[in-house]
Design a protein around this ligand. Sequence first.
Ligand code: PLP
Length: 451
Amino acid sequence: MDLDTREWQRRDASHHLHPFTDHQQLRDKGARIITRGEGVYLIDSEGRRILDGMAGLWCVNMGYGCEELIAAAERQMRELPYYNLFFQTAHPPAIELASLLAEVTPPGFNQVFFTGSGSECNDTVLRMVRHYWACQGKPERQVIISRRNAYHGSTVAGASLGGMRGMHEQGSLPIPGIVHIDQPYHFGEGQGMSPHEFGLARARQLEQKLLELGPDKVAAFIGEPIQGAGGVIIPPESYWPEVQRICDHYGILLIADEVICGFGRTGSWFGCDTFGIRPDFMCLAKGITSGYVPLGAVMVSDRVAGVIERGGEFAHGFTYSGHPVSCAVAIANIRLMQKESIVKRVHDRIAPYLQRRWAELSALPIVGETRGKGMVAALEIVQDKHSKTRFPATAHAGLTCREFCFDNGLVMRAVGDTMIISPPLVITETEVDNLVDLARRSLELTAERLL
Ligand code: PLP
């Protein structure tokens, strides 16, 4: 169908309820209609090229139009478009992907449970963690500790594990047995402490919560190595080692939600490699297929998998767990990453370049801080650079900047007044230059309007 923009918008408004969208605003303005993707660019229904500074939703790591992935999907659709993994059944793409994941994930991870998404990974992990403790004769170990402002998905368990207040307010969440401690957000909550002190203080909240609940009631701690949707919260260096020490000391399981950080985003294969975390579970999705088809994978450590395997039937699974087309695309995606040494390229070349150029934006009067790691970065929009005072909420500074970005041909996301980027890993230096120029222009226009 080849319709004009207004007709697409009219049909969209008539029949489509969007995720994470205010429908009143949508109906007033009409949806932005994206029709095509090419490399790191999107093309909209007006034919405009827009640099996708978010790689879709942090997922199109190998960029749009990647022939290897397209061919893998087509081949698999012809060979076996669907079969499931229930009741002692498997198929070649799931078997091959499972061993490939065991190869690229850190030592000690040799078992995978497939799902269809990141949210389903976290639902799976919640059930698996409690099942693990029940198998160990400790069914009272139920509580999972997470962080405020974490994002672990939109299913009931995912949203409960997440720490987004707005999500909890809808639908009476979190479900019982999930508690939250504060996040390691130094710019927003550092209160005059050095990053080192603040990282330790926030990690030690885990210990305080454990002692308050009773360590024998606690099953696990869950965290994103870098909180993505919460605003690219990069923890101080002191944070993860202290969390690891506490988990080890009290024998609670550690879940790394690698849905964003996995597959090269932080400059190593996994966020756990970047931060030296030794988790018991790793939740993978998004970059596993570069977003071309839906897939999630829970990596289960040998120590946990051994217990689960002896625990009888694990009564859990999804129709699309390990969908053959998704697995075939994931295999092609990971093989291509290996062939083109994408992680090395990110680590040695493009991430340092992106971070250097991004940091230049910190000179703008409206920017209170820039930060980044690998191929994610954030900046804080402020009214007063020296006191780091924010604009009043009624100014909608972040949304204003986001709109200027779109108008200028850049997708940059706003989390409150924090602007964030997570571009495809295959972005070139010239395209990084373009991204930073567009971001600068949009920030200048925001300053002109608000200051
Ligand atoms: N976990 C993290 C860290 C995420 O960023 C997301 C999505 O953004 C999810 C889980 C949920 O993944 P999905 O949207 O595939 O269910």
